[in-house]
Design a protein around this ligand. Structure first.
Ligand code: GRF
Length: 218
């Protein structure tokens, strides 16, 4: 989609702390990210990130998964909540729920996620401990389009950090989290400016297929 010069309507989904949400808001406020964050929605009413949104004057909503009989019913409620804000991009910023294929298909090509590993390594949970257990010397985070394959959609940009002697899962997670704050606004900015597109099995940046994610730092 071409750059229209208007901020891109975005809805951000969170489950917890919201530091990636904070990074997105800060990049927007610095004038680096042409997005209109229409709403922040959480599956947990007590998510700390909802306070970040409220302080920034962004509408918030809780759609609690515990109130729904099954995953499908929850996803239908979530989709209804999201679509009431008419976003052109939905951002999963630490949203810790597996989504149904129906939900993912509905947002095909306009659903971006941050995953705390150098995908395709370590899909799923406990990525930092798994990188430590494997003796990896580098680790990181990936921004990718979401498809029905868990953490398997086309990767867009990947930020690497070193694994240091004495690292614990917590120290490594903090280092990875910091690089997420750089690469998520970067990828969202590309999308908002019409530079980034989803082409089913790959992503395209500036009309060129990405055969591998863009490395960050370059
Ligand atoms: C991030 O590390 C993300 O990769 C993972 O959950 C964390 C969310 O952090 N899926 P925050 O809520 O954005 O601070």
């Amino acid at each position: 989609m071409a750059d229209t010069g208007h901020p891109l309507p975005v809805v951000v989904l969170i489950s917890g702390r919201g530091s990636n949400l904070q990074a997105i808001i800060e990049a927007r406020d610095r004038g680096e990210l042409p997005v209109d964050v229409r709403a922040v929605i959480s599956n947990r009413a007590d998510a700390a990130g909802l306070d970040i949104a409220r302080r920034a004057g962004i509408p918030t909503q809780a759609v609690e998964h515990t109130r729904y009989a099954d995953r499908r019913a929850f996803d239908i409620a979530l989709q209804t909540a999201i679509d009431s804000f008419h976003p052109r991009l939905v951002v999963l910023a630490g949203f810790m729920r597996i989504l149904t294929p129906e939900f993912v298909s509905h947002y095909a090509g306009r659903l971006l996620n941050v995953h705390p590993s150098l995908l395709p390594k370590y899909r799923g949970l406990n990525t930092h401990q798994r990188a430590l257990d494997a003796g990896d010397t580098e680790h990181g985070a990936t921004i990718h389009f979401v498809t029905t394959e868990l953490d398997g959609g086309p990767a867009v940009v990947q930020g690497k950090v070193p694994v240091l002697a004495g690292d614990t899962a917590a120290t490594l997670a903090a280092r990875v989290n910091a690089i997420e704050h750089a690469i998520f606004p970067l990828a969202i900015g590309w999308f908002a400016r019409g530079r980034l597109q989803w082409k089913h099995d790959h992503a395209e940046l500036d009309g060129q297929p990405l055969t591998r994610p863009v490395p960050y730092p370059a």
